[in-house]
Design a protein around this ligand. Structure first.
Ligand code: KG4
Ligand code: ZN
Length: 359
């Protein structure tokens, strides 16, 4: 039997996305961002996001079908993000998916947005279960052992900010452009990471939970002290602050990854693999440290391309395909869920991230 062609829809945050996949082959992937709509507000405004999704979703679907060169009737199933995320946007997606599924008489599959991110290394690199995953972006930060499309063990996560959020705040405090990650990384190049003593939050506590909000407070104090002493910041001060901050994030992520790897390897996986996903995975210092760590442990290191790490619908279609193959379809009672933790056994996370509560 040929592999089914799946239409995926994603609208849980500030990207309206549609994609068409056949198995692991991406026939099209359309992402319509909303950055400019929210720019003046310093974060995503849920009502604005919901309205934009409602306006753009069908356009995204039309474009995805046209790029895949398929009529709507060529679709075998519809996969949609049913949570977690901003409820108005998730509802827009779920309603459209239900309408399409009912109209076409094709199966509907509700997908957890985080499962979409977590299964991406299977879409891009065909990783075998179980693998260890670190999701690090502006909205997410958690370690997961991925065992199946609905089987995840969360080993730990941030108790406050996501690392990308901390990079963005650092850039803002130092007058560097947004998004903060790339500007901080650039400023940190060839700077002295040891001049300012940043804390390494939560390393004294056992386990894989992380915290990043203290780094921002430390940076604010160091900046204000310099401004008070010398009337402003020199270029070298800015660079050294960025380097010190980045080194702290790198060290914390590396140590917590070392602990997560130990827990994962204790299960003796047949083909040990680690995947990092999310915008922060683009950071060369962080990526390099984690790559080295994996090499030391004989674990394959994988980092999906950035366009598939950031919010997109290809990951939703792919995850939907895995669920469909297991017969896990949804009915018309599928509801939109603002919260939907991947690991129901794990204690709820406290952190929510700038883009709203995620899990
Ligand atoms: O995954 P992503 O594109 O979006 C969501 O958070 O949903 O992640 C964006 C985050 C931003 O906070 C950005 O500053 C951070 O990833 N980022 C980086 C780098 N490039 C992007 N952080 C550190 N270093 C980078 N090179
Ligand atoms: Zn996401």
């Amino acid at each position: 039997m040929p592999e089914p062609i799946i239409l995926g829809l994603e609208s849980s945050c500030d990207d309206t996305a549609a994609a068409v996949l056949r198995g692991r082959k991406i026939l099209s992937s359309v992402v319509m961002g909303q950055t400019e709509l929210h720019a003046a507000f310093g974060g995503v405004v849920p009502e604005i996001a919901a309205r934009a999704h409602a306006e753009k979703l069908d356009l995204a679907v039309e474009q995805a079908l046209s790029e895949a060169d398929l009529p709507l009737s060529g679709i075998d199933a519809i996969a949609v993000t049913a949570g977690p995320g901003l409820i108005g946007g998730v509802l827009s997606g779920v309603m459209l998916a239900k309408g399409l599924a009912a109209g076409l008489g094709k199966p509907l599959v509700g997908v957890n947005h985080l499962a979409g991110h977590a299964l991406t290394p299977r879409l891009t690199d065909g990783l075998a279960y179980p693998y260890l995953m670190l999701l690090v972006s502006g909205g997410h930060c958690q370690f997961l052992i991925v065992r199946g499309p609905q089987d995840f063990t969360r080993l730990g996560g941030t108790i406050d900010d996501a690392p990308g959020e901390a990079f963005d705040k650092t850039a803002r405090l130092l007058g560097l452009p947004q998004p903060g990650g790339p500007s901080v990384e650039k400023a940190a190049q060839a700077a002295d990471e040891t001049r300012f003593k940043f804390p390494r939050p939560l390393l004294d506590r056992e386990g894989c939970d992380l915290s990043f909000s203290g780094l921002k407070t430390a940076l604010l104090r160091m900046r204000d002290k310099l401004v008070e002493a010398q009337g402003g910041l020199h270029e070298a001060d800015r660079a050294d602050l960025c380097a010190g901050f980045q080194a702290a994030v790198r060290d914390v992520l590396a140590e917590k990854t070392r602990r997560a790897l130990a827990l994962y390897l204790a299960e003796s996986p047949a083909v040990p693999a680690f995947a990092i996903a999310g915008g922060v995975a683009a950071n060369q210092a962080i990526r390099g440290a984690l790559e080295t760590l994996c090499a030391e442990h004989g674990v394959t290191f994988t980092a999906p391309p950035l366009r598939l790490c950031t919010d997109n619908a290809a990951m939703i279609a792919y995850a939907g395909g895995e669920l469909l193959a297991k017969g896990k379809t949804s009915d018309m009672g599928l509801s939109a869920r603002p919260r939907w933790p991947l690991d129901r056994e794990a204690a709820p996370l406290l952190g929510s991230g700038k883009k709203g509560a995620k899990a």
